[in-house]
Design a protein around this ligand. Structure first.
Ligand SMILES: [Zn+2]
Length: 327
């Protein structure tokens, strides 16, 4: 639901994750070997969250994130905090990457707030708005093994019910902007109606500005139906393919705001300010100025801390220049 956020033209933000400091990876491994306590791990996750907030403040972003210090896999993190799951042995994905996949073995139910602690922790550290960040019901369904429900639709609806409870927890904690990510849609665009139903069930009537992030994928199929997604903003990766996505969107309806990915995070090269200014100008041939938010293409977890800071600084400088020329 569109609410007054009091943000400048072309608000700047990030997609969600920040690079995990080395000490956190070490601590998590120690925690799994029962060498340190949950409290000790939590203290280090909070320390990383403080570092992420400081970085975002230094760079001058308008909307901040907690940086996801405590999250590993986007789906497993949530599944471990809901009822209804067993977590599988590591499953192979994308070549040599392994991850643990959630197995749905009984009714999916809300057990405890999943993201509220770090949202509140981060929001207390800054006067800028912090986004609430959830993995969407469609992606949760697509990335889980279903051994309980009769259909994909039933699974999406069950996840949506639990994620709505989490969204309400965040709203009660003061969250004004919520991002419900659906990266799985980039490879399953034939089910956009089902993803749309899931998002509607999570967000309907809640007084928060809503965003969904979709990674780069089969946009020739997604573009004609993108207007169906019931969110205030769709956040997309434009920079990685040098803005060819904009050409795929032309001729289709795009009533939502757009999260304009202008910083290619899939390479160690930093997208320079001049290039980002060009990208914003190009976006203005399709979007209205008030529709545009500026952010990196995707999460920053695969970059280094220094790269992230430099890349975001180029992005903020380009956005400031674009504000001046679009006054
Ligand atoms: Zn992405």
């Amino acid at each position: 639901m569109k609410i007054d956020l009091n943000l400048p033209l072309f608000p700047t933000t990030s997609v969600g994750s920040f690079p995990k400091p080395e000490y956190l990876a070490t601590a998590r491994a120690q925690f799994y070997r029962n060498e340190i306590s949950r409290e000790a791990l939590l203290a280090l996750e909070e320390q990383a969250t403080r570092e992420f907030i400081l970085l975002q403040e230094r760079v001058g972003l308008d909307v901040l994130v907690d940086g996801e210090a405590e999250r590993g896999d986007m789906a497993t993190f949530f599944a471990e905090k809901m009822n209804g799951f067993k977590i599988s042995e590591p499953v192979r994905s994308y070549g040599n990457r392994y991850y643990k996949k959630p197995r749905i073995v009984s009714a999916i139910e809300f057990r405890e707030p999943m993201t509220k602690h770090f949202f509140e922790y981060a929001q207390k550290l800054t006067s800028k708005p912090v986004k609430g960040m959830l993995t969407g019901p469609y992606t949760m369904m697509d990335w889980s093994f279903n051994e309980f429900y009769g259909s994909r639709e039933e699974v999406v609806r069950a996840f949506a019910k639990v994620l709505r409870e989490e969204a309400i927890e965040l709203m009660k904690a003061g969250c004004k902007i919520i991002q419900v990510d659906e990266p799985a849609l980039s490879v399953r665009s034939d089910e956009i109606e089902l993803a749309a139903e899931g998002l509607r069930l999570v967000l309907d009537g809640l007084e928060m500005y809503s965003i969904t992030h979709i990674c780069y994928g089969a946009f020739e199929f997604l573009a004609p139906k993108i207007h169906l997604l019931p969110v205030d903003q769709i956040d997309l990766e434009f920079a990685g393919r040098d803005f060819e996505l904009l050409e795929q969107l032309r001729g289709h309806e795009f009533p939502q705001d757009v999260g304009l990915g202008v910083y290619d995070v899939h390479t160690h090269k930093i997208t320079p300010q001049a290039k980002i200014e060009e990208y914003i100008a190009k976006a203005l041939t399709f979007f209205r100025p008030e529709q545009i938010w500026v952010d990196p293409d995707c999460g920053l977890k695969t970059r280094t801390f220094e790269e992230s800071e430099k890349g975001l600084a180029e992005m903020v400088a380009a956005t400031k220049a674009a504000r001046l020329s679009n006054k």
